[in-house]
Design a protein around this ligand. Structure first.
Ligand code: BDR
Ligand code: CA
Length: 337
């Protein structure tokens, strides 16, 4: 699998899970401006992978800004440095010299070249879709190396950045529209892990403290980091914390913990207060669609509309603590993705 991130507290939670789950093979990470400016994103991503002992994974800097609009970062959510203001030292690893889009192209073309369907890549964008739009339009031949795209973004119901729009789509609506169009054009299956499920897997401040303690007890920096990230969010928002983007990665190894439904999806690019909304067309099984089939999107997406939040949170906790945290239970004998 390959991640595209704007690390980002919850992107960091996703990176830790992807780096640690035995059924996942993380082969590359591309970075994009979103929660924080792209240079902060690169630094944060390298710190997380170093803590997880995965300094071998290439990390490349991608697009600094959305296709059309100016960037609108989310420091109020993720901290001044974009990742919980932990002030951990930088990783000794350097970023890959390629542009993020070129790293993605090379990884996908390599996967396509082997001709082995088991080598096809699951691409998991957890950020504004700028890099992925640029990739699919500039190098459409790279789609031959894709098994599917599983993206965090959008919502069938309400948004968060605005009442209509989820942050990743809000930040670069044109990119999201391009990705849906290109996926249909190129025959790439798309799965949407959006706000309808995003906030359901949560951990409490007490659980965060247990994870930090378990990590420190055995010198496991990845587990310590996981606990500190959850703790940051609990304190910033005064509630239990969602594992956020990490749920999209958990869904790769435990799809049965979610309810998926196929619906045509469009991205609203106009509107005054609806720009960036993902319009999930749920007329599918209703007579309304036969009577009035106007505006039907050609892109059918598998949308996550239900989730067993506690089970997803448990599996994340069990995996990122690498078994050091004996209170957490989970299943880790899943098939590779
Ligand atoms: C998304 O926006 C970002 O703040 C998070 O990292 C996540 O990808 C949620 O709307
Ligand atoms: Ca993100």
């Amino acid at each position: 699998m390959v991640l595209d991130v704007d690390t980002g507290v919850d992107d960091a939670c996703a990176l830790l899970f992807a780096a640690r789950h035995p059924g996942l093979r993380l082969v590359a990470v591309s970075c994009v401006g979103g929660n924080a400016p792209v240079d902060d994103v690169v630094r944060n991503t390298l710190v997380v992978l170093d803590a997880a002992g995965r300094g071998d994974v290439p990390v490349a800097r991608g697009a600094a800004r959305p296709l059309v609009e100016r960037p609108r970062h989310a420091r109020h959510v993720h901290g001044e440095d974009g990742m919980a203001d932990l002030h951990w030292p930088p990783s000794p690893q350097l970023p890959d010299p390629r542009h993020g889009v070129e790293l993605l192209r090379d990884v996908l073309l390599d996967a396509a070249r082997t001709g082995d369907p088991d080598d096809l890549v699951t691409l998991v964008p957890l950020a504004p879709l700028t890099n992925i739009a640029l990739l699919l339009r500039t190098y459409p031949e790279a789609a031959a190396g894709l098994r599917r795209i599983v993206f965090m973004g959008g919502a069938a119901a309400q948004g968060n950045a605005t009442a209509s729009a989820e942050f990743n789509v809000f930040h670069d609506p044109e990119a999201a529209a391009v990705v849906l169009d290109a996926a249909d054009d190129l025959g790439v299956p798309v799965f949407m892990y959006g706000l309808d499920v995003f906030s359901a897997p949560t951990l409490s401040p007490a659980e965060a403290a247990e994870i930090v303690a378990a990590g420190r007890a055995c010198g496991d920096r990845a587990a310590e980091l996981a606990g500190l990230l959850i703790d940051f969010q609990c304190h910033r928002f005064g509630t239990d914390a969602t594992i956020g983007d990490a749920g999209a990665v958990v869904s790769l190894v435990a799809p049965e913990l979610l309810a998926w439904a196929e619906h045509p999806v469009r991205v609203e690019l106009a509107g005054t207060w609806s720009r960036g909304r993902t319009i999930v067309d749920q007329r599918t099984a209703s007579p309304d669609r036969d009577h009035d089939p106007h505006g039907l999107s050609p892109t059918v997406v598998r949308v996550a509309l239900g989730i067993d939040g506690p089970a997803v949170a448990r599996l994340w906790r069990h995996t990122v603590t690498g078994g050091a945290d004996h209170d957490a239970t989970g299943t880790d004998d899943r098939r590779p993705s």
